[in-house]
Design a protein around this ligand. Structure first.
Ligand code: ZN
Length: 322
């Protein structure tokens, strides 16, 4: 049969003439995905990407024109061209001796869109009590509220919490420094302070500086702009393989790969965040680094390629064998 749009229409029409299906379905639809768990090997280390949820960001949160954003979303899977899809990903690093979790997700702060990290950890066969260290890349709700359970209890009872020292001081110490025109920062401050409090009280928080080796071959790399101490995690165990967890270098794949000059309202210092993004993207493309991003569609692991305008993201294919 010749493939035309008309023949597809006719096929649909004749399908309607088939006998109706029995009323009782064999199995009720699941109505949800299985937990998001994706594993990859980096040298001798096993990295598990864990998905806390998915959502969409209004394009008006980004700098640049709404029309330009709508054009970039033309070929994306979106319900409307003023909402840019995003993801909330975290990572578990298994070094063989230690389990290190990078970021903790939103907990129950945004309803059904997130808070799935505990289920993803369970699906990965990991008990939160077995996690030795939690690296909080920056003190934003989607990265730190999961330090507490939905009952506001410590979620990782045996872990030391690691965070950049300037980041911790900026969010937790002294008055809240709410930037002009960004009143929503108050909520960010309150959330961060509440999430850290039980760990600070228990003296379980350790600060680090740019370049610190958090575990053998696991390095903190400051990429400031989004926040004062926004941290990327470079995983480079001996043997040459590397993964750069670039955290919040990108909040929307569809908008910020082709147009890295688009900042987001949550950026503390937009010009600096833009400069940092451009620098990291250029490095990732030039050195063909494997990157992983919080807000790049799950699993959000892949390469960055230079494109005719800006960059393109090339996601790793599903790989059943590590
Ligand atoms: Zn984020």
């Amino acid at each position: 049969m010749e493939i035309t749009r008309r023949s597809f229409g006719l096929a649909a029409a004749s399908a309607a003439l088939l006998p109706a299906l029995p009323a009782a379905a064999k199995e009720a639809p699941a109505g949800a995905q299985a937990p998001g768990v994706y594993r990859l090997k980096v040298g001798a280390y096993e990295i598990t990407v864990l998905n806390d949820g998915t959502g969409a960001l209004p394009t008006k949160y980004f700098s640049g024109t709404a029309d330009g954003a709508a054009k970039l979303l033309e070929n994306s899977f979106v319900a409307s061209k003023d909402m840019a899809p995003t993801s909330f990903n975290e990572w578990l690093i298994n070094t063989g001796d230690k389990l290190i979790l990078v970021d903790t997700g939103y907990s129950n702060a945004i309803g059904p869109y997130a808070g799935k990290l505990p289920k993803a950890l369970a699906a990965a066969g990991v008990n939160p009590a077995d996690i030795d260290a939690v690296v909080v890349t920056h003190i934003h709700p989607d990265h730190c509220l999961g330090l507490l359970t939905v009952d506001k209890q410590i979620a990782f009872p045996n872990a030391t919490i690691h965070v950049n020292g300037e980041e911790l001081a900026w969010w937790l110490e002294g008055d809240m420094k709410i930037p002009e025109g960004k009143p929503f920062f108050k909520e960010l401050f309150e959330g961060g302070r509440a999430a850290f409090k039980p760990y600070v009280d228990a003296k379980r928080v350790q600060t680090f500086k740019d370049g610190a080796e958090l575990a053998p071959g696991v390095f903190a790399v400051t990429a400031a702009g989004h926040t004062v101490g926004h941290t990327m995690v470079r995983i480079a165990p001996s043997g040459g393989d590397q993964l750069l967890i670039w955290t919040d270098i990108v909040h929307s794949t569809a908008l910020q790969f082709p147009e890295p000059e688009r900042s987001i309202a949550y950026d503390l210092d937009p010009p600096k965040a833009i400069a940092t993004r451009k620098k990291v993207m250029d490095m990732a493309a030039t050195d063909r680094l494997l990157i992983a991003g919080t807000h790049v569609g799950f699993p959000g692991v892949g390469h960055v390629a230079k494109a005719s305008t800006g960059y393109a993201f090339i996601q790793v294919p599903w790989n059943g064998n590590l």
